[in-house]
Design a protein around this ligand. Structure first.
Ligand SMILES: Cc1cc2nc3c(=O)[nH]c(=O)nc-3n(C[C@H](O)[C@H](O)[C@H](O)COP(=O)(O)OP(=O)(O)OC[C@H]3O[C@@H](n4cnc5c(N)ncnc54)[C@H](O)[C@@H]3O)c2cc1C
Length: 391
């Protein structure tokens, strides 16, 4: 086991990558940021029109192979686009993961049926994995599914934290199809697809939105399944082996979250530079004060360090050298960095930073979440230390 990261053998920002980065940057500045500024303070939802524009730019198909209508690009390009979108609004950067990142374990038939629709942004997922007693310890899930005589299933139980359950085109639900065996807790879980009409919950499913402090743009739900029907042929992967599907491609998931965190930190840095140049105290812009200048220098350096780590890991992944260890490291590094940097952004804004009149408080609220979901910082540290020291 090595923690060394291969040095990139080529320039990271090739002409093609600069072009897709510029496209996403312009889109985020013109189309995403104004919508975020308007809707986040009122906990509004990402408009369908914005989704359509993202589909036109083919952001939903970056990782989907060309044969299925995607762009067939790698995580290098994906991370660049995600950073730009998160600089506008983290929820929008999260939305593009909802198809292309959720096809792990799909059969050839499922790929043929769903990937082209995912690439067009027409088949987007909500992930119903977590439960009240199964967060970091997801293998403890209790939601269960009973087989019907025609090969369909009925799901009963509670799910917690299901983001986008209403706005998505299908739910990806994890339920026990065998009783919990304390010796093999991750065994006997099956992954089900429940296609549904956008804007509704499936029949047999009711829910209550969670009263969250950020990650607006969509609702996060507590769901109750009461004999909810799953049609035959809607299992992903093998029956009883859904835990593997749930863990999916963790490297891509953590690259995605690191890129979101870096986008948020950059937003705080850019907003803080602009504010420091125009805010006058003691007769001069606060940007002239060394205390503020050093904060800016430190913020920029921290962002650059996370980004350099991220880009090297992306190069490794696209070269066929994925590493769970490195993915945990970059997720940990970038999310912890983003909270520190966005908090310093609030400090530079003074009292104005503690109001909803400036976006920097949104960047901080959303950065706070990157330390919690996709595996908390403590879980990343557990993975890293277990790898280095043994369990
Ligand atoms: C806004 C939001 C949106 C979400 N969206 C989704 C979604 O769409 N789908 C979905 O399935 N889930 C979703 N989640 C759930 C998210 O993945 C969990 O919140 C996360 O995994 C942590 O689980 P928990 O909240 O139960 O915390 P807990 O697991 O109870 O953790 C509490 C604390 O204990 C620490 N801890 C736990 N175990 C260990 C350990 N072994 N070693 C050291 N420390 C430990 C944690 O790090 C944390 O600090 C969402 C969560 C939020 C807040």
């Amino acid at each position: 086991m090595s923690t060394r990261i291969e040095a990139p053998t080529e320039v990271f920002l090739t002409e093609d990558r600069l072009a897709i980065q510029a496209l996403a940057r312009e889109f985020a500045a013109k189309e995403v940021l104004p919508v975020a500024d308007e809707l986040d303070p009122v906990a509004g939802e990402i408009p369908m029109e914005l989704r359509r524009k993202m589909a036109d730019l083919r952001f939903f198909g970056i990782l989907i192979p060309e044969e299925f209508g995607g762009l067939g690009l790698g995580v290098c390009e994906y991370a660049l686009v995600v950073e730009e979108l998160a600089r506008g609004w983290m929820s929008v950067a999260s939305l593009i993961a909802r198809g292309q990142q959720f096809a792990h374990g799909f059969s050839a038939e499922q790929k043929a049926a769903y990937l082209p629709r995912m690439a067009r942004g027409e088949f987007l997922s909500a992930f119903a994995l977590s439960e009240a007693e199964a967060g970091s310890d997801v293998a403890n899930l209790h939601c269960r599914a009973e087989r019907e005589t025609d090969g369909g299933w009925r799901i009963t139980g509670q799910k917690m934290w299901c983001t986008f359950a209403d706005g998505s085109d299908y739910l990806q639900v994890f339920a026990r199809t065998e009783p919990l065996d304390p010796a093999r807790r991750s065994h006997g879980i099956t992954c089900f697809l429940m296609p549904k009409e956008r804007g509704t919950l499936p029949e047999g499913v009711t829910g209550t939105p969670v009263r969250k402090i950020g990650y607006h743009g969509w609702k996060t739900w507590e769901l109750s399944f009461d004999n909810a029907r799953v049609e035959p042929g809607m299992i992903v992967g093998a029956e009883g082996h859904g835990f593997k599907v749930a863990m999916g491609d963790l490297v891509i998931a953590r690259i995605h979250t690191a890129a979101r965190a870096i986008g948020l930190a950059r937003a705080a840095l850019e907003d803080s530079i602009a504010y420091a140049k125009q805010r006058v105290q003691f007769g001069k812009p606060i940007a002239d004060k060394q205390a503020i200048r050093f904060k800016i220098a430190d913020m920029a350096t921290q962002i650059e360090a996370s980004r350099a780590l991220l880009h090297q890991i992306c190069v490794d992944y696209d070269a066929g050298r994925p590493s769970n260890l490195q993915a945990s490291m970059v997720k940990l590094h970038a999310s912890e960095m983003a909270e520190r940097v966005t908090s310093e952004g609030i400090q530079i804004h003074g009292g104005a930073g503690f109001t909803t009149d400036f976006a920097v408080e949104r960047h901080w609220r959303d950065a706070r979440l990157t330390k919690i979901f996709e595996g908390t910082s403590e879980i990343q540290m557990k993975i890293i230390s277990d790898t280095l020291l043994g369990r």
